[in-house]
Design a protein around this ligand. Structure first.
Ligand code: SF4
Length: 321
């Protein structure tokens, strides 16, 4: 498996809203420290905190900001002093951070914030708010780095979204390691092969389509195709991985053991996948069983696939799926 790929590696650099690491930078001098992010994910992630509102010179305490539609544009304005606008400073401060943003493999932002929120931030039309906005700093970050995994701390409470974000971070990091080694068609094809089953667990049709496009693109320079490949890869990974898709992948992997298992092992494996399908067992159970059988009956393709080991076991992300 791929445990060696993550063990003893330096921590992965992740950008984060400063208040989430406990810095007292909120409008009222408080913070929103998140112990799961710090203690659990912090075993593998190192954080680069940034508070855009502090960075544009707003002090503590400060008037809160809100997003509002003014002349058909979304603007960040003062909550009380609505004549004050912070739109350009927030966007400019995000642009000024691109050098360190470029070094990141993910970003965790504070939900609901008109500066940092990733989605569903309140946008006012008059006094009526609609949850349809994106914080202006984070909107600029995501526009500059559309493939960077970005997630809100609130959504990390959801097991599926949490697993998806962490998996994308590890994949994004491996992608940059591939680029650093020097990209060629052989390397890209191998990268795809090792992530193919993960893609199938998100959307089999789109995963297959990406494989076909990759195979048909060899006439062009690999560097020209790479950005398109990454964009599609990350888009597929954003689709929720359904239980039924995981079942298809697990059954596909089980097929590689057809010749190697006796009747009772086969039955145990089938029952484990079936119980996962019915929601009686978490994904980690059939995966652990499969890992066990492949340790005894190694298969190169499965050995190299990241599906059975998408991230470190210590994070226990497959235990809640
Ligand atoms: S949400 Fe963003 S702008 Fe608000 S305090 Fe936290 S880091 Fe600063």
């Amino acid at each position: 498996m791929n445990a060696e790929d993550t063990a003893d590696q330096p921590k992965i650099l992740i950008g984060i809203s400063s208040c989430l690491v406990g810095e007292k930078v909120r409008f009222d001098g408080g913070h929103k420290q998140n112990r799961y992010i710090l203690d659990t994910l912090g075993q593998y992630f190192s954080y680069r905190p940034f508070c855009p509102e502090m960075a544009i010179g707003l002090g503590i305490p400060r008037e809160t900001i809100r997003l509002a539609v003014i002349d058909n544009h979304v603007e960040a304005i003062g909550n009380k002093h609505t004549e004050l606008t912070f739109t350009r400073p927030l966007m400019r401060i995000a642009e000024e951070q691109v050098n360190w943003h470029r070094q990141l493999f993910g970003y965790i932002v504070k939900k609901d914030s008109p500066s940092c929120g990733m989605e569903r931030v309140k946008v006012y039309r008059g006094d009526l708010p609609k949850r349809e906005g994106v914080g202006l700093y984070t909107a600029t970050l995501m526009r500059n780095f559309p493939t960077l995994p970005v997630e809100e701390e609130g959504r990390l409470g959801d097991p599926i979204l949490r697993e998806s974000f962490v998996k994308r971070v590890f994949i994004y990091k491996r992608w940059h390691e591939l680029l650093a080694r020097g990209l060629d068609w052989a390397g890209l094809t191998d990268f795809h092969a090792r992530h193919k089953l993960i893609l199938y667990s998100h959307n089999q049709e789109l995963g297959r389509q990406l494989g076909r496009e990759l195979a048909a693109s060899h006439q062009q320079p690999v560097d020209d195709y790479a950005a398109k490949y990454l964009a599609q890869l990350m888009n597929i990974l954003k689709i929720s991985a359904k239980r039924s898709n995981h079942v298809n992948v697990l059954e596909h992997i089980r097929g590689y053991l057809k010749q190697n298992l006796d009747k009772s092992d086969k039955q145990e494996l089938t029952e484990s996948i079936e119980n996962y399908r019915r929601g009686l067992l978490p994904l980690i159970v059939p995966i652990t069983l499969l890992r066990h059988h492949f340790r005894r009956n190694p298969q190169d393709y499965i050995e190299r696939s990241y599906y059975l080991q998408p991230h470190p076991d210590e994070l226990m992300l497959l235990n809640s799926l």
